[in-house]
Structure formats: structure tokens, C-alpha cells
Design a protein around this ligand. Structure first.
Ligand SMILES: [Mg+2]
Length: 126
């Protein structure tokens, strides 16, 4: 699948888990870009084009929520599908994530199957 995906998480283990699921779903390894925090992600979005962005919530420098707010203000990522991966399972957090423009969210801890079930329909639409 020629889809470019950005995976944003400060945990390298988490990035690896997500990346493996994406590869299982047919995304090419070389089309997956990793970023370690919101600042890193924003820089990579400015210099690349992504079809899907997966971002963690809790990260140093710039968290996922601020990242999403920034991404939605950039014309090139205004409409890019974004999935928030969060430990903040409470309703208010989810509502603020959705309000800021997240298309979908996954609550940690999750397994590969949960991730697959969320991502597969999104990947089929883009
Ligand atoms: Mg984190």
C-alpha cells in the first residue's frame, strides 16, 4: 500500500509495536516515518506528505493534543486523518482530543488486534 504514515511516540517500544501492525496491514516499511515528540513530528510534517498520522498523547516538548492543534492549522495537514493513542481514557480527555480534530483514538494498553481493527477501515478510506 502506497500510504505514508507518521508514527509519533516518545517510546521506541511503542513505535515498534505500531510499526509492526502497520506493516502487517500492508504499509511499506520505508513509507513509515517515526517522530519522538510533537516538535519532531511537526518538523517532519512540514517537510513530508503523510496520509495518516498516529500520535501518542503524553510526550515531552510537545504533547499529542498540542500537536494535533498545530497540525489542524497547517493547510497541508488540515484534513490528514489523525489517530490519538492515549492512556487518558476519561471522557473529557477524549472529547478534547476529538474537538481538536482527532479522527479516532485508541486507549492504552491496546493489543495489535485493537490497533488493526481501528486502522484497517481508515486505511481503506484514504
Ligand atoms: Mg508517551
Amino acid at each position: 500500500m502506497n500510504k505514508k504514515v507518521l508514527v509519533v511516540d516518545d517510546s521506541s517500544t511503542m513505535r515498534k509495536i505500531i510499526k509492526n501492525v502497520l506493516i502487517e496491514l500492508g504499509i511499506y516499511d520505508e513509507f513509515i516515518t517515526e517522530a519522538v515528540d510533537g516538535v519532531d513530528a511537526l518538523g517532519k510534517v512540514k517537510s513530508n506528505n503523510f496520509d495518516l498520522i498516529l500520535t501518542d498523547w503524553n510526550m515531552p516538548k510537545m504533547n499529542g493534543l498540542t500537536l494535533v492543534q498545530n497540525l489542524r492549522q497547517l493547510p497541508k495537514s488540515e484534513h490528514t486523518p489523525i489517530v490519538m493513542i492515549t492512556t487518558e481514557g476519561c471522557r473529557e480527555e477524549v472529547v478534547s482530543a476529538l474537538k481538536s480534530g482527532v479522527n479516532n483514538y485508541i486507549v492504552k494498553p491496546f493489543n495489535a488486534e485493537v490497533l488493526r481493527n481501528k486502522l484497517e477501515p481508515m486505511l481503506n478510506k484514504i
